[in-house]
Write a protein that binds this ligand. Structure first.
Ligand code: GUN
Length: 284
């Protein structure tokens, strides 16, 4: 293996340390940052993610509220819960874990979260602010990807960055953040022609497809930085990324593992957003 590993766990620990220091400073001013996490239903993966977020809060000294609602909750009930959290001045950040059950309209729920408490960075106001480079809450996964790329010491400006995937949560914002760092950005998706060729020309390759092993060794440019956002549960019960790790690691200069890569960084960035939300609410 040629590539060096971008250690998401170690980087996340450093980011959480940064968050914890800021929390300590806010507590001296009588402010305790608080994150409310709403989980609907019993999806096992979502339960694991939410538990992780609550644990991270505890590690950073952030207060958390865990709100569990049944799978068959109505849209009106969920919206009422979000409204209550929106009006609660002691809650600084609101996160509604996605995906939501079929009877719920995700967009309506996201729109109900006030932009100043939208620590996921999913609300249209925060998405718009990010596009034009105004202060906002950056979506946690793409923001974590940028930190991971920067941790390698590679200069992003001027590089060809290829993002595979165009979701609102990862692909699109990752592309925007890379553009903001002056990369030349290509967004690839299911209709892209010559996807392999484009990927093979990427200095920075971000895979957010949701298909295990989608990125093969031939799609990796020698010396590239490869960021694997995929979390796919295999038939073997294990977690696999979107990248064929062993093959890609033969060619890349740097690569993120799955698990232990992007996932922990996403959660760490959420802590920073929550601290920021508390700071802004208090005007300090
Ligand atoms: N589901 C998968 N990733 C995320 C995320 O970053 N935020 C929320 N709210 N739900 C998710």
């Amino acid at each position: 293996m040629k590539a060096k590993i971008i250690d998401g766990k170690a980087l996340a620990a450093a980011v959480k340390q940064e968050a914890a220091q800021q929390v300590a400073q806010l507590k001296e001013k009588g402010i305790t940052p608080c994150l409310a996490v709403v989980l609907v239903g019993e999806d096992p993966a979502s339960q694991v993610y939410v538990r992780g977020k609550i644990n991270d809060c505890a590690q950073c000294g952030i207060e958390s509220r865990s709100i569990r609602l049944p799978e068959d909750v109505t849209q009106a009930e969920l919206l009422a819960q979000v409204k209550q959290l929106a009006e609660d001045a002691s809650v600084h950040g609101i996160l509604v874990q996605l995906p939501l059950p079929a009877q719920i309209d995700e967009k309506t729920v996201i729109d109900a979260i006030p932009p100043e408490k939208d620590v996921d960075g999913f609300s249209p106001v925060n998405v718009g602010r990010m596009q034009i480079g105004e202060p906002c809450y950056l979506p946690c996964t793409p923001a974590g990807c940028i930190r991971m790329i920067e941790s390698t010491g590679m200069e992003i400006a001027g590089k060809h960055a290829v993002v595979i995937g165009r979701s609102n949560i990862v692909g699109k914002p990752a592309a925007m953040l890379l553009l903001a760092k002056n990369a030349t950005v290509t967004i690839c998706h299911s209709r892209t022609q010559n996807l392999k060729g484009l990927c093979a020309s990427a200095d920075i390759l971000v895979a957010a497809v949701g298909r295990a092993g989608f990125v093969t060794g031939e799609m990796v440019k020698p010396g590239a930085v490869v960021i694997d956002v995929g979390i796919n549960r295999g038939a073997d019960g294990k977690l696999h990324g979107d990248v064929d790790f062993d093959a890609a690691a033969e060619k890349a200069a740097w690569i993120t593992p799955v698990p232990g890569g992007v996932g922990p960084m996403t959660r760490a960035m959420l802590m920073l957003n929550t601290v920021e939300a508390a700071r802004r609410a208090a005007g300090v």
